[in-house]
Design a protein around this ligand. Structure first.
Ligand code: PMP
Length: 307
C-alpha cells in the first residue's frame, strides 16, 4: 500500500508508522470493529471529500449497532478527515479514507463492553479498486458458493469488520477460480451484492438494483439512483434472481472504491456485448463528473478541504 505521512488516532495526528496497537487488542480476536470507506478526489479547486458527512454518520450508526461507543462527534470526525487530507499533502488523483473504530487492549473474553474504544482516521492514495482496465472493459463476476449471512444471524447494515470474513471467502473463491470479483446471493437465493460493492442491471432500458434487505446501505448506490433518475432513466428497486442477471443487457457494480465498474461476464455468461454498455458508460462518466467537481448540480455533495 501507499503509506502516507500521518494518521489521526484518538484525537491526535501521529506519524504513519507509530499508529500501532497491542496484539491482544480485542477486535483482533473477536472481530467487533466498524469501518468506513470514503474517498477524496482532486478537483480544480483542490481535494474534495465525497459525501463526507454521510460516511461519518454511517460509521457512528454501524458502531451503535455493534455496541461500540465512539467518543467523538460526527463533526469532530469530519474535521479530522479534512485536516488529514491537508496534512498528508497528497498529490494523486484520488485518496481513500478509512475511518474506523476498534476495541483495544485490556479485556479478553467475548463480553466486549469494557474494552477501550480506539478511533482512527487513515488515508492513502489508492487507484481503481478493480483496476483501470476493469473500469474501461468491465470485469468478470462469479456467484459465490456461500450466501450473505441472513438477517437472523448478522447485522449486514453495519459496516462491521466481522462481516468481511464472508466477503473475503467469496472474493478468494472468485479470484481462485479465475474471476475478478464475487457476487453474493441472499439466503433466499436472490442477488444481494458483491464482496464490497452493490450491483445494478439494465434490462430494456430500465435500471434495476436490489433493495437493501440484505446489503449495506450504500452511498454510491443512492448517488447512482438519484443521478440516473435525473438523466431520465426509470430506476426500479426489486429482487433479482441469478438467471435474470445472466440475461441482462448490461450490469455494473457501484461502491466508493469500485466506483462504477462495468460487468462483462457472470458465471461464464457474456453480459450484453461483453463490454461496457452504453447506459453503464453514461452512469460512469456522470459519476466521475460529480466526484471530480465538474457537475455544479451535485457540488453540495463535496467538501472542499481548502474551503
Ligand atoms: N456493499 C459492501 C459489502 C461494501 O463493502 C461496500 C463498500 N463500502 C458497498 C456495498 C458500497 O457501499 P458505498 O457505496 O457506501 O461505498
Amino acid at each position: 500500500m501507499n503509506a502516507a505521512k500521518y494518521i489521526w488516532m484518538n484525537g491526535k495526528f501521529i506519524p504513519w508508522d507509530e499508529a500501532q496497537t497491542h496484539v491482544l487488542s480485542h477486535t483482533l480476536h473477536y472481530g467487533n470493529g466498524v469501518i468506513e470507506g470514503t474517498k477524496a478526489y482532486k478537483t480544480d479547486k483542490g481535494y474534495a471529500i465525497f459525501r463526507l458527512n454521510e460516511h461519518t454518520k454511517r460509521l457512528k450508526e454501524s458502531a451503535k449497532m455493534t455496541h461500540i461507543k465512539i467518543p467523538y462527534t460526527i463533526e469532530e470526525m469530519n474535521k479530522a478527515q479534512i485536516e488529514l487530507i491537508r496534512k498528508n499533502e497528497f498529490s494523486g488523483e484520488s485518496v481513500y479514507i478509512r475511518p474506523f473504530a476498534f476495541l483495544g487492549y485490556g479485556v479478553m473474553g467475548v463480553y466486549h463492553v469494557d474494552a477501550p474504544v480506539e478511533t482512527v482516521m487513515a488515508a492513502w492514495e489508492w487507484g481503481a479498486y478493480l483496476g483501470e482496465e476493469g473500469l474501461r472493459r468491465g470485469i468478470r463476476l462469479k456467484i459465490a458458493s456461500m450466501t450473505r449471512p441472513s438477517n437472523t444471524s448478522n447485522m449486514g447494515k453495519a459496516k462491521a469488520s466481522a462481516n468481511y470474513l464472508n466477503s473475503q471467502m467469496a472474493k478468494f473463491e472468485a479470484v481462485e477460480s479465475g474471476y475478478d470479483e464475487a457476487l453474493l446471493l441472499d439466503d433466499q437465493g436472490y442477488v444481494a451484492e458483491a464482496s464490497g460493492a452493490c450491483i445494478f442491471m439494465v434490462r430494456d432500458g430500465k435500471i434495476i438494483s436490489p433493495p437493501n434487505d440484505n446489503t449495506l446501505e450504500s452511498i454510491t448506490q443512492k448517488m447512482v439512483i438519484e443521478m440516473a433518475e435525473d438523466m431520465g432513466y426509470e430506476v426500479i428497486r426489486r429482487r433479482i434472481s441469478r438467471e435474470e442477471l445472466y440475461i441482462a443487457d448490461e450490469a455494473f457494480l457501484t461502491g466508493t472504491a469500485a466506483e462504477i465498474t462495468p460487468v462483462r461476464e457472470i458465471d461464464a455468461r457474456i453480459i450484453g456485448e461483453g463490454e461496457r454498455g452504453p447506459i453503464t458508460e453514461k452512469i460512469q462518466s456522470g459519476y466521475f463528473d460529480i466526484v471530480f467537481g465538474r457537475n455544479k448540480k451535485y457540488e453540495h455533495y463535496l467538501t472542499y478541504i481548502n474551503a
